[in-house]
Write a new protein. Sequence first.
Length: 214
Amino acid sequence: MDFSAPDVLDSPLLRRASAVVESIVSVPPREKLGEILELLVRWNRRFNLVSRASDPGKILADALVDAAALTLALEAGGGKVADLGAGAGLVSWALSFMMPETELVLVEANARKAGFLRRVAGMLSGKKGGFTIVNTRLEEIKAGPLWRAAFSRAVWPPAQGWRLAAPHLAPGGSYTILAGPGTPTPRGWGLFLYQDLFPDCGDYSARRLLRRSR
């Protein structure tokens, strides 16, 4: 996964994703995206944070569009929002610029990935909302109304994800899943199709969010 950050940031794929994002919210600053990408490739050489066969442009493009979709599913404002199974945290880093008042809690069980998250959080330490990195399994966090909302990629089936997330949500809090095309919508969940969220989402039209509230 070696690349030049300027080449990725100027790629047609990322320009297209940026146009989709900008239809509803501002794209994060180019220089910050470049810094995060360069840090990711350095760490990835040692710790394999993401597959070395991955296309960095696609990873970043997907993260930007997913973060923009989340701004429509998560209510604006302060309070804590948790990224469950944060991985390399790209969705959260993008979201931190799109929802600057929000404090993001990144939950990641893998110690090396959590170390990377702390480095990026330190690099972005001047941001208003702030970050908390929690290096543990979600199942090991004591239950209580910790977060006003939480989200994850399709780390667990919806019912299992809800059972894990719900004990940590404030009353009225929501849990959102960044789901792939064709993911069924269980009873009691709301469905948000990217083709309905964005004026012109092109290749992202089949993506979807699933959301459930307490």
